[in-house]
Design a protein around this ligand. Sequence first.
Ligand code: CA
Length: 695
Amino acid sequence: MQRESIRMFAYAISFDEIKVYLSKGYYNGISSKFYLKDLETNEHKLLNGDDGQEENGFKTYYFHTEFKVGRSYRVSDAYGLTCFLSFDRLPLCQDFDDRFAYDGDDLGSQYTPGATTFKVWAPVSTAVVLKLKSPEGAVSLYPMERENRGVYYIRIFKDLELYEYTYLISSNDETVESCDPYAYASTSNQRSSIVVDLKKCRRKTYDLPVLESKTDAIIYEVHVRDFSVDPYGELRHKGKFLAFSETGNATMLGYKTGVDYLEDLGVTHIQLQPINDYATVDEDHPYELYNWGYDPAQYNVTEGSYVSDPNDGYRRINECIRMIENIHKHHMRVILDVVYNHMHDVNDNALERTCPNYFFRRDEFGNLTNGSWCGNDLNSTAHMCRKYILDMCKRWQVLYGADGFRMDLMGIIDIETVNGIEAQGREIDPSFMLYGEGWNMGTLPQEQKAMIDNNRALPNVGFFNDYFRDTIRGSNQMEIKGYTSGDTYKTNDAIITMCDYGKFSSVEQSINYVECHDNATTFDKYSICNREEGEAAIERRCLLANIMVVLSMGVPFLHAGQEFFDTKFGNVNSYNAGDTVNKFDWGRRDQHIAAVETMKALIRLRKENKCFRYNNFDDMHAHIFINNINHRMVEYILTQDEGQYHEFHVYINPSFDTIGVDIDDDFKILMKAEDEAISNHHLDVHGISYVICAR
Ligand code: CA
């Protein structure tokens, strides 16, 4: 209904004040009196006060009066015109949480064979009805009872396993149908939630060694669908969670694919792009559209297009569990990419439907804020929104086995919430890792944002280090070179960022990367900014960048395919560009086996030698020396008092010139790009080359 066609409407604007709007097109908006009628008790009272004010074609009237939130009331004017009193604006009040925040851990559906309990937090609704659909299709409705703090409750004494359900949430005469924001499973495309028996959703645990220091992690980012969709990779479950539970696969050339390949590579953490339910891909026709999944529809269930049957409640949970389980079995941990900054559609999701005007940030006029540039921002500072984020993080850890989270646009979220996730995560699992995109975005006061500049307030949280990326690789502008693409004016910056004492409160906070799913691949960028050098030189430069990522102080982060110079054919924002552009290209991998072997050797070097993994500034000061040679070459010297070698020299030379250095003859070259050799206390490092030696 168009608001302009309504002659009268009324809102509770605080817990003892209502505001009535009368159209100027109706008796000039003037009424000599108003009444409020309680439809449950029939009590009828005169509202005192107020001659009305002009507001956008309406006269508005304010009245202080008592009412009970959740009950139906009608307001009437002097001519007998009536309207319902709406509570939908109350969630905008500062003291809303004082009255309605609910800390119970029993929201959602709790199944036992004898009975299932349903609880939903819907504080400003006037009625909630549970709609149940049996597996045979019979629909039944059960009005729920309102309890304390706006929680609606019902227990059904019947075996409801695999029943579908929704909530019919009423605000007086208007009703919306909503999934359960705490449900464990849903039918395809968010049509309904499903009751499941969690006893049938158990995971095997594997004892991985405790992650003593975050600098021991080597993170590898991959997208579920991309990983297996290329037929050349010979994975059976293309585009599905289950592709990660396969083992023993190889390409026609005999090189391992799937999780076996990742284990061989030596990375420690697999970061999966979002695997919770997102909106854009039709789960019933998953190959019509492609999306990365940064458009969350439900935080509480897995994405159906990754499941072999999106309507099967158990597969939806268990296929994801099998995926994570198998990654664990192969001695790697799993980080989930979580998008707790915005949702795909405010109006079409269970959070807004169960409690309007609460879960998304609003400005002082009640309009949605748009710090995410996606149309809305999750309201993480609201008590129940923060609780929801924490409850969901716990679920992904406990039920699914996630070992950490990568937070998308973390700067939009408040520090208290992010620290809360970290503390909760670490309590469940001492090896828990949390890091995110700490860009300065959104509408929170600066001091509340979980952004890089506030890293000292988030001491256990990591941040994508964009200074590292921009220095080593060059910024996201395709034409701008970084150090490894040959801008040797950045040699000093490269030295600073490889061993940075100033940017973060702890070296464990620095997530060092040159490539991630966003923006161009390094190869594509260098194909533009170094185009005149030819492909071999471009690949060599990509290799220099990879070396600096893996060997720098901090936490190395790699994007799937970075080890074999992956291309997205120049696409700089391929979030919906389809499989051809985004797929993990197992064929290209096979063509670059030497580069893959180099990556493996680098990873092994890092893992076997603690000097590449120091986790505090004192050790770094004592054991790391880094020099600028000839204003072009980085000389990175690391020492340690254990292991096969006690001193390493890493030379990175992105210039075209051969650069000579003095070095003792007892150094042994471990890795190099060309035919460099040490003789007579001298080493010549060729142009666009590197040498790693040790003694
Ligand atoms: Ca979906």
